[in-house]
Design a protein around this ligand. Structure first.
Ligand code: COA
Length: 259
């Protein structure tokens, strides 16, 4: 499908979804949110896609926030109605395969919230990250007030959200907001290296491992441990568990089927 605001490229098992409004620093319009959701729905059902990478077109921005132009005349009722439609950040959160945010530049507001909903964040050393909504008299509305404290702790999240400051990729890494910082010219190769490494594993094991780790953000420890035990038991029903264990014992590489 041809999109107006994103580009979708396949690199073997990796689907790269590139936000494509570089003249607007890839500010996320409603159209772009819908197109990302559509591309994710396609990637979800395509067994050839094992990992998704999000990034921004151009050299300056991942996403510099929601498109502020759309806020100008929007009423509270219209905003509420938008929340009743399929919601980008929920779609990213619920996507069953790993999503890596390849943060190539400004990663602000809704862009930061999008990265927060992803599973792994790799940043260019040129990236700047923040939740600047407060500077225009609003607050995060794409999950930032909930996901950011879970990642960096209450105090740091509060500081970022209340000051609206942008921080460097190095500082974001120091506080745990991004998982790795790499020189700008190595961003793509490093991200693809990680994506391809994940793509070589058993797809069903990757899916269940992701589900288990994500549950830790929602569940208390007792419930989470029980959930892990359920998924661990479930994986003993799979072909890939038998194949992986047998391959190890027979000293040969495993042949995954994802079943
Ligand atoms: N929404 C809509 N348009 C945006 C945007 C956003 N979130 N962020 C950038 N743009 C547009 C600018 O309006 C400008 O468009 P124009 O050329 O038609 O005037 C273009 O992108 C380039 O941005 P500009 O501000 O000129 O670039 P800069 O390098 O001087 O500054 C930023 C970069 C990121 C510091 C600045 O664009 C900015 O503060 N953006 C808003 C960030 C934000 O508050 N995000 C959260 C929104 S809730």
């Amino acid at each position: 499908m041809a999109y107006e605001t994103i580009l979708v490229e396949r690199r073997g098992p990796v689907a790269c979804i590139r936000f494509n409004r570089p003249d607007k620093l890839n500010a996320m319009s409603t159209k772009m949110k819908d197109e990302i959701l559509d591309a994710l729905a396609t990637a979800e059902t395509d067994d050839g896609v094992r990992v998704v990478v999000f990034t921004g077109q151009g050299d300056k921005a991942f996403v510099a926030g929601a498109d502020i132009n759309e806020f100008k005349d929007r009423t509270a009722v219209e905003q509420w109605d938008l929340y009743q439609q399929p919601f980008l950040y929920d779609g990213v959160d619920r996507f069953s395969k790993p999503i890596i945010a390849m943060i190539n530049g400004y990663c602000l507001g809704g862009g930061c919230e999008l990265a927060l909903a992803c599973d792994i964040r790799i940043a260019s050393d040129r990236a700047q990250i923040g939740q600047p909504e407060i500077n225009i008299g609003i607050i995060p509305g794409g999950g930032g007030s909930q996901r950011l404290p879970r990642l960096v702790g209450l105090g740091k999240a509060m500081q970022l959200i209340l000051t609206g400051d942008r921080i460097s990729a190095v500082e974001a890494h120091r506080i745990g907001l991004v998982d790795e910082v790499v020189p700008h010219d190595q961003l793509e190769s490093k991200t693809l290296e990680i994506a391809n490494k994940i793509a070589e594993k058993s797809p069903i094991a990757v899916k269940l491992a992701k589900q288990a780790v994500k549950a830790s953000a929602r569940m208390g420890i007792e419930e989470g441990l029980r959930y892990e035990q359920t998924l661990f038991s479930l994986i003993f029903t799979t072909h890939d568990k038998n194949e992986g264990v047998r391959a190890f014992l027979e000293k040969r590489p495993p042949r995954w089927t994802g079943t």
